[in-house]
Design a protein around this ligand. Structure first.
Ligand code: 9PG
Length: 542
């Protein structure tokens, strides 16, 4: 069916069915397209999972394929990573000269949007949306950016639901200072030193487990997990724990005992879902009844230990394309698994998803990481420029994607990752640190990993004030906000690097190749661990 939409703007829609609703139209079809005249100024690209690049791009700019390819499954939507035209997961939008935008957004799962030119006319283009698994509904809207996204997110809320929790807790998380070097002694010490800093949750991140897949405490936690949770609770806070329950490392007991529980490639071999911790890891098949049973038991175990804030990470693995026990679309399989997890966690605990496919997680969690990891540096030259990888840790990458996903706020607590306050071993400028802090205030989700011992008195006071502050946030532009009347501009984080040229292009090929070598990633991992040990020794005199 072909209809002209939006009175003051000629957009031809090709879809099976069209219904007008306040603020836009609902289109139905497995393939829909909105054809418009004129050259768009910008294209809104929406990344598939938490870490995936989300930004307004120049539609003329050919986004380089990020490297290394070995990490595509864990950093991108592997189905579309090589797609040439501007494209993104579930939704896409174009911006016109007058500042109005045209949005096409899926209201269901397994959907993708791209900006295509018209082969026969140079002045016409289309926002083209398709469902991978049969027909579904779309929302089409034209107008001011904020009202268009608000209308879209409201419709998503009706279909997927939203968190029932009020405010998000203030979190101290062990990752961005101690990384995997955590042990019982060190954490107990940090917990004691936090004193009266107003945190609601102390969250233990990666490093406590025997292996990714084997969720028992390792030798660095001899007193066990119940004691750890207990210790946190005696400080008057909730105990938080990180797990990556949908994946298992090659060397884990889980993977070795249950190879039949994992997602397979079309050729029947077990599909590697990525490479981290110095080895490949694999994805659990969420359509396998034994896997769901195991997951439910794991969640109940963690809750029984006493943890009531769970950060579940690397969740994208549950929605990767592949062969499943039961033939089911990938995101539907994920959502079914996440529901089992959510029910086993129970409503009285707080559930944060990370590395999670965005739409399929809505309504089933309280908070969602909406950008990649931060780090103690603004941008890493190798990653940004040579690998063209906007998903690796770095303050700029995190701010860019997070700010462009703030429209999700009505449905889920939006976690921008941690803010830093300490100057020790941190190359962020004061302004860059402030941007991260202000982003946390805009998101309404405050977290840090700074151990109190690393903070000067002034820095500790700043952290205290940050945790206590509750500014009135007003959006004044796409990247600008007013916090209690103070202007904040996230613009400096938005720019993407230029594609590598000249010598850099050569270095890019070499680095891309290296990044695909297991041994190189392992070496890199070891080097990072050594540097961390040295840093902790310096800082903690251990
Ligand atoms: C623990 C960490 C922290 C962090 C998570 C996640 O693309 N990557 O290679 C990649 C690796 C790790 C990662 C993010 C991306 O970090 O976001 O907060 O919990 O795991 O290992």
């Amino acid at each position: 069916m072909q209809t002209t939409l939006f009175e003051n703007f000629q957009i031809i829609s090709y879809s099976d069915q069209i219904k007008s609703i306040p603020g836009g139209y609902i289109l139905t079809g497995s393939n829909v397209s909105l054809e418009f005249e004129g050259t768009p100024q910008g294209y809104y690209r929406h990344g598939w999972q938490s870490w995936g690049l989300t930004a307004w791009l120049d539609p003329q700019f050919q986004l380089p394929v990020q490297k290394p390819t070995l990490l595509h499954l864990m950093q991108t939507d592997p189905l579309y990573v090589n797609y040439l035209a501007p494209n993104g997961a579930w939704l896409g939008a174009v911006e016109f000269e007058d500042g109005n935008i045209l949005l096409l957004g899926a209201l269901g799962l397994e959907a993708h949007v791209a900006l295509h030119g018209d082969q026969t006319r140079s002045d016409a283009a289309q926002l083209h949306g398709w469902y991978d698994a049969g027909p579904g509904e779309w929302f089409a809207a034209f107008g001011r950016e904020e009202s268009v996204f608000t209308a879209y997110v409201n419709l998503l809320g009706q279909r997927f639901g939203k968190t029932k929790k009020g405010k998000s807790p203030r979190v101290w998380c062990s990752w961005y200072s101690l990384y995997t070097a955590i042990d019982e002694q060190l954490l107990y010490r940090v917990f004691d030193e936090l004193g009266d800093l107003p945190f609601d949750v102390l969250q233990v991140d990666d490093g406590w487990q025997v292996s990714v897949g084997d969720w028992q405490p390792n030798a660095k936690f001899p007193s066990g997990m119940e004691m750890l949770a207990q210790k946190i609770k005696t400080t008057g806070r909730k105990a938080g724990l990180w797990l990556a329950p949908l994946i298992a490392l090659e060397s884990s007991q889980l993977f070795r005992t249950h190879p039949d529980w994992f997602l397979r490639d079309t050729d029947g071999s077990i599909l590697s879902a990525g490479f981290n911790w110095g080895e490949p890891f694999y994805a659990l098949d969420l359509t396998h009844p034994a896997v769901l049973e195991w997951l439910a038991a794991l969640m109940k175990q963690v809750r029984a230990w006493g943890f009531d804030y769970l950060k579940l990470d690397f969740l994208f693995a549950g929605a990767l394309p592949g062969q499943r026990y039961q033939n089911m679309p990938r995101e539907a399989a994920y959502r079914q698994g996440l529901k089992v997890i959510q029910e086993s966690i129970g409503e009285d605990a707080y559930f944060l998803t990370c590395g999670a496919p965005i739409l399929p997680s809505l309504g089933l969690c309280d908070a969602m990481r909406i950008g990649p990891d931060v780090s103690e540096e603004w941008e890493n030259y190798r990653d940004a420029r040579l690998l063209y990888n906007p998903t690796t840790p770095g303050a700029r990458n995190a701010i860019r994607t997070t700010v462009n996903r703030l429209w999700l706020r009505p449905l889920v607590h939006t976690d921008p990752d941690v803010a830093y306050f300490c100057s020790l071993q941190n190359s962020l400028s004061i302004d860059q640190k402030l941007l991260l802090q202000d982003l946390a205030l805009v998101c309404g989700f405050k977290a840090t990993s700074d151990p109190p011992q690393w903070l000067s008195e002034t820095e500790r006071n700043q952290l205290y004030a940050f945790l206590e502050s509750n500014p009135v946030v007003e959006r004044t532009g796409r990247y600008t906000f007013s916090l209690d009347g103070r202007e904040v501009d996230f613009g400096p984080a938005m720019m993407l690097p230029e594609a590598a040229k000249g010598l850099d292009a050569l270095a890019s090929v070499v680095m891309g190749w290296l990044g695909n070598q297991g041994w190189a990633l392992r070496l890199f991992d070891q080097q990072r661990k050594r540097a961390l040990q040295k840093k902790l020794k310096d800082l903690y005199k251990y």
